[in-house]
Design a protein around this ligand. Structure first.
Ligand code: GLN
Ligand code: ZN
Length: 767
């Protein structure tokens, strides 16, 4: 019998119950007991769903009020000293509020303290809390939450598998800082960490748990030799624990870690055959005869319905060779997809028939296992038929394959991805046209999204405000924003983006080939969820998207108004993308649509256009060897979008906080006339990469951190720009904030920008 399980399940609830409850708790509207009860109900419902779908094991350990990596840190007693939790750790029970303070700096009880750093989890849009490590750190079992959850599942009568971030991946995700601020060897902490893992496994065994899945996602990345050796050491140590271990590798292929992974002394291995189908053969050939292989065949990172008939065929050999040792699973935790397609009552039926969300993927996983065993029920066989029919209709649907798009794609030439003249010549033409002072000032695009703007949009979407009335309100707002920038003396104003709810959704809604869900929420971090659009078909721009707004804004001022677009890579990266063609093909289609918009903006008299690419860096593949291939097409897509204009038209781009060092060549290859970047938190150190590379074009290094409500002082910004001027010639420097201002209030924005303009004036006096 082929066993079916999932690597993890979303915890937010079909209606974001967890978000509501957690926020209510933070606000003091419900007490901790009530919050815990809601958490328990969600777990029970999720386990019941897994069993109802026919899975053989339920997964325990994937629940967290904020973040599962944070919960492992708490489990290990890795609570930084500033949270004052020594006693809680010693007692073995870190309080929920302590975990919340680690996550967000404050909680209903306990002293506020600086929150732990948060960053993206591998190549997903999920953010985890970075474990803070220091030399000589001690660990001890400091939470019984996991064990309580196991009891809960067992008393509900469920067969339990526990899932937990593995010890190496936990360290890999951590950041090791000594008091002197330098990095130290995180592996020095491994033994201490393992002591606690052994204790955890023993306790789980005592509760009757047979299988524990250790998520070792680090195995799909390039590992230094010392880390590979540490895997050997760690798993030999864990082998002693009286449970069976399933070593899980998700998000990619094991690659050069394959021998390492198949050789570790564990009872089972999980591999991702959605991202890396070719590794199945290699693993089958190498797997020791007593080991279980969990094949992650149902896509946990995307929303498409599985082709069960095809998977049955592809996995038939594995079933034959492994017999009962084959398990069927999702490729990774379902945390990364929306909860339940059944809630999408407004999606058109055809499109809906092509999709599967987490709840549907449970059915698919169970059905695939039973199909492979030849014990599918008549109803399940019907479901396979239905899936095949739906997928056939998807393959043939005319709205997916538009001949005009194919034709345009085939006609792209080298000239289309190159500006007419090199930067030096363009810069002269632009200066003639724009007449900007030294150290020109600008902003990144958005201005405060006030309560009134959001209320207007809600009313419009609810049909309570007519389209004309809504547009009139947005124009009023634009007029206000432009007037304020004039008064402040900003050299290159923006329209402020009031009409945009979100920088991806806004464009997706206007492009063919994109669909939107009503409840397709996916956890981004903590209680924050996002609703990524679904890119299902060829991308076509039926009409101009931003031109009327920019044109109107330009009509209000003699200064050059900067047009504002989201770039092709970011539109791709922050959506669920079709899986029937390479990502780069889809990206190129988006780029073509944006190219038309750029050209239309130029024709409407817009002399500078910003194409935001904050997601460029995060699209980097998990393996170094694949970076260049990705960067090449990403850069090409940006250039395809940007290069339709005359030399005089200035192309800007913007990127949020990123490491630029290792991708600087590609950043330069974008050939944007101006790039604005987030640098203030790094005290301009990020510019070193640009200086070392002799970056040729203009740069606007953000001079103040928009994430903070503090008003930056003139002298502070002047000093930062002086640092920048040591690295980049002043003729190529711009003065701007770090990022968009939409989350700030006017009370902060006005004085901050006034100081920024004053700083630019002071710089002009000095240079
Ligand atoms: N133009 C966008 C804004 O200002 C850019 C946002 C971003 O970088 N994420 O809001
Ligand atoms: Zn930004």
């Amino acid at each position: 019998m082929t066993l079916a399980h999932v690597i993890g399940y979303p915890r937010i609830g079909a209606d974001r119950e967890l978000k509501r409850a957690t926020e209510a708790y933070w606000q003091g509207d419900i007490d901790q007991q009530a919050l815990e009860a809601i958490g328990r109900d969600l777990r029970l419902a999720n386990w019941a769903a897994q069993r109802e779908a026919g899975l053989d094991l339920v997964t325990v350990g994937d629940f967290a009020f904020y973040d599962q990596v944070l919960d492992v840190s708490v489990l290990l007693g890795a609570v930084p000293a500033r949270f004052g939790a020594e006693e809680e750790v010693a007692r073995g029970e870190v309080a929920l509020d302590t975990a919340f303070r680690m996550a967000r700096g404050r909680a209903p009880s306990g002293e506020p303290a600086a929150a732990c750093e948060m960053t993206k989890y591998f190549d997903t849009n999920y953010h985890y809390l970075v474990p803070e490590l220091r030399p000589g750190q001690r660990f001890r079992l400091a939470s019984s939450r996991l064990f309580d959850q196991v009891d809960e599942a067992r008393s509900a009568g469920h067969p339990v598998k526990v899932a937990l971030t593995g010890p190496l991946t936990w360290l890999w995700l951590g950041k090791g800082r000594s008091d002197a601020g330098d990095d130290f060897d995180r592996l020095a902490l491994l033994d201490g960490v393992l002591d606690v893992y052994v204790e955890v496994l023993q306790r789980l065994a005592g509760q009757g748990v047979e299988w524990v899945q250790l998520d070792e996602t680090a195995l799909v990345q390039d590992l230094p030799l010392a880390w590979r050796q540490a895997f050997e050491r760690a798993y030999h140590r864990l082998q002693a624990a009286p449970v069976r271990l399933l070593l899980a590798s998700c998000f990619g292929g094991l690659g050069d870690n394959l021998s390492l992974a198949v050789g570790l002394p564990v009872e089972g291995l999980h591999i991702d055959v959605v991202r890396a189908p070719a590794q199945l053969e290699a693993v089958l050939d190498r797997l020791l005869p007593h080991k279980v292989l969990s094949v992650g065949a149902i896509d946990g990172r995307n929303v498409w319905r599985a082709d069960l008939a095809l998977l049955r065929e592809r996995l038939a050999t594995a079933r034959m060779r492994l017999g009962e040792r084959l398990w069927i699973a999702t490729s990774c935790s379902l945390l990364h997809v929306p909860v339940d397609l059944a809630a999408e009552t407004t999606l058109d039926a055809e499109l809906g028939s092509w999709l599967a969300f987490a709840r549907q993927k449970l059915d698919e996983t169970a059905a695939l296992a039973r199909l492979l065993d030849g014990r599918a029920t008549a109803a399940e066989r019907d479901r396979v038929e239905a899936a095949s029919r739906a997928l056939q209709s998807r393959r043939e649907a005319p709205r997916l394959h538009r001949p005009e798009v194919a034709e345009r794609m085939a006609g792209i030439t080298a000239a289309d991805i190159r500006r007419r003249s090199p930067f030096a010549e363009r810069a002269v033409a632009q200066q003639r046209h724009l007449a900007l002072p030294l150290f020109p000032t600008t902003t990144i695009g958005s201005f405060p999204q006030t309560a009134e703007i959001r209320a207007d949009r809600r009313a419009f979407k609810a049909g309570e405000l007519s389209c004309e009335a809504y547009e009139a309100r947005m124009r009023e707002e634009i007029a206000r924003v432009v007037a304020r920038q004039e008064a402040l003396g900003i050299d290159m104003p923006v329209h402020g983006e009031p009409e945009r709810n979100d920088m991806v959704e806004y464009f997706g809604e206007q492009l063919d080939g994109y669909a939107f869900t009503r409840f397709g929420w996916v956890q981004s971090y903590g209680t924050r969820c996002v609703k990524p659009p679904i890119l299902f078909g060829d991308v076509v721009r039926p009409a101009a998207m931003t031109v009327r707004w920019s044109e109107y804004a330009q009509s209000l001022t003699a200064r050059p108004m900067k047009g504002m677009l989201t770039g092709p890579v970011t539109l791709l990266q922050w959506s669920f993308v079709r899986d029937d063609q390479p990502r780069e093909t889809t990206c190129r289609q988006i780029a073509l649509a944006l190219r038309d918009e750029v050209v239309d903006l130029e024709a409407a008299g817009i002399r500078a256009i910003q194409i935001d690419e904050p997601a460029l860096r995060e699209g980097l593949p998990l393996r170094r060897a694949e970076w260049q291939g990705y960067l090449d097409w990403a850069v090409e897509c940006f250039r395809l979008a940007a290069s339709g204009v005359r030399d005089e038209t200035q192309i800007h781009t913007h990127m949020c906080y990123s490491e630029f060092n290792d991708i600087i060549e590609s950043i330069a290859a974008l050939d944007a006339d101006v790039i604005t970047i987030e640098t203030s938190r790094s005290a301009m150190e990020l510019l070193d990469a640009f200086q070392d590379f002799a970056y040729p074009n203009a740069i606007g290094p953000g001079v103040y951190d928009i994430h903070s409500p503090n008003i930056p002082e003139v002298a502070w910004m002047v000093a930062l720009m002086e640092k920048a001027a040591e690295r980049i010639p002043v003729e190529r420097l711009w003065v701007n904030p770090d990022c968009g201002l939409k989350t700030r209030g006017w009370a902060e924005v006005e004085p901050a920008l006034a100081n920024m303009v004053e700083a630019a004036r002071e710089l002009r006096r000095r240079h």
